[in-house]
Design a protein around this ligand. Structure first.
Ligand SMILES: C[S@@+](CC[C@H](N)C(=O)[O-])C[C@H]1O[C@@H](n2cnc3c(N)ncnc32)[C@H](O)[C@@H]1O
Length: 299
């Protein structure tokens, strides 16, 4: 059996500190505001705060390139970022892949406007290789891409099995014959617990709030808040009304729509039992209280 690629991921998730054996800390006391410069209104731009605390597009793009080259023995050029939001990954892709192009799809016009104004405009000539589409990922566009990604669990928005299946069918149609679909998924017993978890950054605190969970339907309601040194909070900067899908359910659906190989990349641990940021193709997970895994679906 070929050895699985080692891919590294650095906190590229809304669950920034979901890590193996990393028990969550709640209600972290607010830092004192003394001698800390107040963030200006621009610094309190919610998309900027999200990008700083949640996303790591360089690691994501490197992960995609490494896995694709390993599995397909060629370099991918075209990427479609579904649920692209501010299109940070699409913008990073065209910088990292000189002959590459990227398409971002999102329903929300104001977020796409932000993407164009902030992330795409700074790319110079490479901006011509990014296309942003205001639309629904469930639409069939007759397009084809080497890589399609749905990151930060965005497909959890499809709570119904038939709807999620339809989305995966659309992706299967739009992935090139030797293309790859990358998704992520989080789970573990802690994922079903109502709690707030805080992560400190230089001038703000990121708060992941699991506000509701219904074990009968799997529905979960989560928010992101940002706390500031002056004691103020940007409450519910983002809200996610999701179904917490499981790895077996998603793997089954991907196989059902025709992906020939569906593999899970599970995070390794260091000597202290902490997640080490290295994800390997694996058929055996472990009993971590909370985890993030990647799913790689090949045609
Ligand atoms: C969690 S954000 C993901 C942002 C970014 N991709 C990331 O990795 O952080 C989810 C995004 O999906 C978009 N969205 C939700 N349903 C959608 C749909 N059916 N089609 C396209 N975009 C959708 C929302 O507007 C939102 O910008």
């Amino acid at each position: 059996m070929p050895s699985p690629p080692a891919v590294s991921l650095v906190s590229s998730s809304v669950l920034t500190s979901y890590r193996k054996y990393d028990y969550l800390t709640f209600f972290v006391p607010m830092k004192k505001a003394t001698k800390i410069a107040m963030p200006t209104k621009t610094q309190r731009d919610k998309h900027k705060l999200y990008q700083q605390s949640v996303q790591d597009p360089d690691s994501e793009a490197r992960l995609i390139l490494r896995v694709f080259r390993k599995l397909r023995k060629r370099s991918p050029r075209t990427l479609r970022e579904d649920f692209c939001g501010t299109a940070l990954l699409a913008s990073t892709w065209v910088q990292m892949v000189p002959d590459g192009s990227a398409t971002g799809i999102d329903l929300h016009r104001p977020t796409l406007d932000y993407a164009r104004r902030v992330n795409v405009s700074r790319l110079g000539t490479a901006s011509k290789r990014v296309e942003l589409i205001e639309g629904d990922v469930l639409e069939d566009r007759g397009d084809t891409h080497d890589v399609i990604v749905a990151f930060n669990f965005s497909y959890f928005v499809f709570k119904d099995r038939d709807l999620l299946r339809r989305y995966f069918e659309r992706v299967h149609n739009a992935v090139a014959d030797d293309g790859i679909f990358f998704l992520d998924l989080y789970g573990g017993p802690e994922a079903q617990v109502l709690q707030e978890e805080s992560t400190d950054h230089d001038d703000f605190t990121y708060v992941w709030d699991q506000a509701r969970f219904n074990p009968i339907t799997g529905e979960t309601l989560c928010h992101i808040h940002f706390d500031f040194p002056d004691g103020s909070r940007m409450n519910r900067a983002f809200t996610y009304d999701w179904r917490l899908w499981s790895l077996p359910e998603v793997q089954d659906l991907l196989s059902e729509v025709g992906f020939r190989k569906v593999e899970v990349y599970w995070e390794g641990t260091d000597s202290d039992g902490e997640g080490n940021g290295v994800f390997r193709r694996s058929r055996r997970g472990d009993d971590s209280s909370c985890w993030v895994a990647y799913i790689v679906a090949t045609k």
